[in-house]
Design a protein around this ligand. Structure first.
Ligand code: ASP
Length: 290
């Protein structure tokens, strides 16, 4: 995250926090709160979600998102969608109005349209900053030998976790994936237990970072399991980042919350923007603490 983007990131997560909090304050469910928070960040071009996302190898935006309700374990996910401004809205419709959990590509777009989520053109999701970023990346990588397993440029996925008055937790994650990804590549973000997970019996978690290593460790569920075993989210979040680094040389970040309101925020990258609010305090940050 370059220095000149810090303010935009902090503002973005603060706005998302306010939107989620408004839902909780009026007694709304945590699943609504995470949806509203993620919508704000999908609409914000600062982040790799919705409009302004990284472009794939073909110069298109392809989006993945998941939302999960920790009370019922209902979940909705979309993968590789190209015509949705807010994929988390479609994911939410799947959670609430479908017996299925996951839709991809055109089928996901059709489901969304049939359930009242407007479609857009792919061009509506593309911004000049990302056209230039892809061009620079492709020019530079065509001049050097490609390392197939080099870390992907992956950052700015968005996510939210929330606890409501009824004691239920939820999580949502939304992303444009990694820069120059192959068309049809699906990341961790929309996969249950990888980039997102929620279960009242353990924790709600959302991750960001290089998706392939995160997927291999089923990292959100791995972290939630540590909490179900009696550890605090703060410890589990840090431990998951250590595990990610040590086991598969991955990089990323995680936010985790349990139904008692204990939370953890950790990343093994230099920066990750986060914001949190409880009845007693509100905070936001960007730099690694340790
Ligand atoms: N995890 C996402 C992916 O690999 C990218 C990110 O978190 O920024 O698709």
């Amino acid at each position: 995250m370059p220095d000149d983007m810090l303010r935009a990131h902090i503002n973005g997560v603060r706005h998302a926090l306010a939107a989620g909090w408004r839902v909780l304050e009026r007694g709304g469910p945590s699943v609504d709160a995470v949806e509203e928070a993620v919508v704000i960040m999908e609409d914000d071009e600062t982040f790799d979600a919705g409009r302004g996302s990284f472009l794939n190898r073909d110069g298109k935006v392809q989006l993945d998102a998941l939302i999960m309700d920790g009370a019922t374990l209902r979940a909705g996910g979309v993968g590789c969608v190209e015509r949705l401004r807010n994929p988390v809205r479609a994911a939410r419709k799947i959670l609430s109005e479908s017996p299925h959990v996951y839709f991809v590509g055109e089928g996901a777009e059709r489901f969304a349209a049939e359930h009242g989520v407007a479609l857009c053109r792919n061009e509506d999701l593309i911004i000049p900053r990302e056209v230039e970023r892809l061009r620079a990346y492709q020019t530079q990588s065509s001049s050097g030998g490609d390392d197939l397993f080099a870390p992907a440029i992956s950052h700015d996925t968005v996510g939210a976790v929330a606890l409501d008055r009824d004691g239920n937790i939820a999580a949502a994650t939304s992303t444009g994936g990694t820069l120059n990804k192959a068309p049809g590549r699906l990341g961790d973000s929309s996969l249950i237990g990888c980039g997102c997970y929620a279960n009242n019996e353990s924790a709600a978690a959302s991750t960001t970072g290089w998706g392939e290593p995160i997927m291999k460790l089923v990292l959100a569920k791995w972290t939630a399991d540590r909490i179900a075993a009696g550890n605090l989210p703060e410890w589990a979040a840090q431990e998951s980042m250590n595990y990610l680094k040590e086991r598969v040389n991955g990089h990323g970040g995680i936010i985790v919350l349990d139904k008692h309101g204990h939370f953890g925020i950790a990343h093994n990258t230099p920066r990750m923007a986060w914001a949190l609010k409880t009845k007693n305090k509100e905070e936001a940050g960007i730099e690694r603490q340790s």
